[in-house]
Design a protein around this ligand. Sequence first.
Ligand SMILES: Cc1cc2nc3c(=O)[nH]c(=O)nc-3n(C[C@H](O)[C@H](O)[C@H](O)COP(=O)(O)OP(=O)(O)OC[C@H]3O[C@@H](n4cnc5c(N)ncnc54)[C@H](O)[C@@H]3O)c2cc1C
Length: 399
Amino acid sequence: MSITQGLPQDFKPDTYDALVIGAGYAGAVCARRLAEACNFKVAVLERRNHIAGNAYDYYDEAGILVHKYGPHIYHTYNDRVHTFLSRFTEWTDYQHKVLANIHGALMPVPFNHQSLKLAFGEEKGENLYQKLVATFGQDKKVPIMDLREQDDSELEEVADYVYENIFLHYTMKQWGKTPDEIDPAVMGRVPVFIGDDDRYFPQAPHQGMPKEGYTRLFENLLNHDLIDVYLNVDVRDIMKLNDTTITACDKPYGGEVIYTGALDELFGFDEGALPYRTVDMVFETLPIDHFQPVGTVNYTVSENFTRITEFKNMTGQVVPGKTTIMREYSRAYLPGMGETPYYVINDPDNIALYKCYRSRVEKLVNFHPVGRLAEYRYYDMDGVTESALELSDDIISHH
Ligand SMILES: Cc1cc2nc3c(=O)[nH]c(=O)nc-3n(C[C@H](O)[C@H](O)[C@H](O)COP(=O)(O)OP(=O)(O)OC[C@H]3O[C@@H](n4cnc5c(N)ncnc54)[C@H](O)[C@@H]3O)c2cc1C
């Protein structure tokens, strides 16, 4: 692998069998597979000054490994994804835990046995818990809608508490919505866990953090003789699409193009911009060993940020006397201003607009949109890896 800043003057797209736009999971996984399985020479074009997309991590001035674009916790149920990624990293045995800060009290999320006792007091909490066990059984995840359907005032009280204190205000901050704009179906799915396990992903068979970080994972993933990476390259400067042809550096390009950027942006937003939520991530290094007991604390009823992450608690890094935390402030994304679009807003109008853009690339048989931006959908890291594995299977089967 070579990594070059910018494109050389004599860059010739047609010396590559594939152009991959974006060096996040979607792009890097496809690049590696096409290089390995098809002996393709691959150019990865990335407009940021680093690889790894939104999973990028780096050591800050205090020497603490932080995640630039928000905390990333790896977990998957998919053996193929795990086997593939495990070629490029070892994993720690980190198990993610989340606490909600409710008026200063820290309670496990999803709401569980311990949370009930913290919220309602030892005796009442235990009685409510026993009632939940008797009604639904132990170690069950039950949506609060099911609690309401029992027509039992005590269980309704639990449902109301969870709705108000865990879900409502947090969702309003996260999505910038008023209570009546929140879909009741989503609200009903908020779970209570009838048990003591306080892990956030108790069922995930594979879970942890890459031992040397995500950026190192990507260095290994892209480290192949047939892959060249070009950073600080916005592909819109060299690539144009029409209904049937892709032009790169002013010449028709007939190789495979894996595109992991946003489609509306590629077309200059000419049918309108796809909306997103963005997040302002504010980092702070403190002169203490630890700030909070777990990786992430959600502020579900107070403050104007949504959560605080303490990176050392997730990575297991030992750095005495200092720690870096990050607060997340969620707000509407302003298109075309260089902001990071983080979360798609999944409503029918936006999906219809996305489909308009998507229909404009359908006839381009060598143009493959993949990933969270190009598909306008939320993916976890394992989901996007799975999608990239499947796309590359498809391309490999045609070569
Ligand atoms: C705040 C936050 C927290 C998250 N936490 C988790 C988590 O805990 N666990 C989990 O599994 N997942 C998490 N995710 C999801 C994870 O970030 C995504 O699954 C993953 O980043 C998707 O990879 P991707 O390759 O599709 O996109 P990206 O990582 O965004 O990569 C796309 C790349 O394309 C580049 N690009 C775009 N346009 C152009 C262009 N015109 N020219 C050149 N390059 C371009 C971009 O710069 C970017 O680097 C989180 C997401 C967010 C927003």
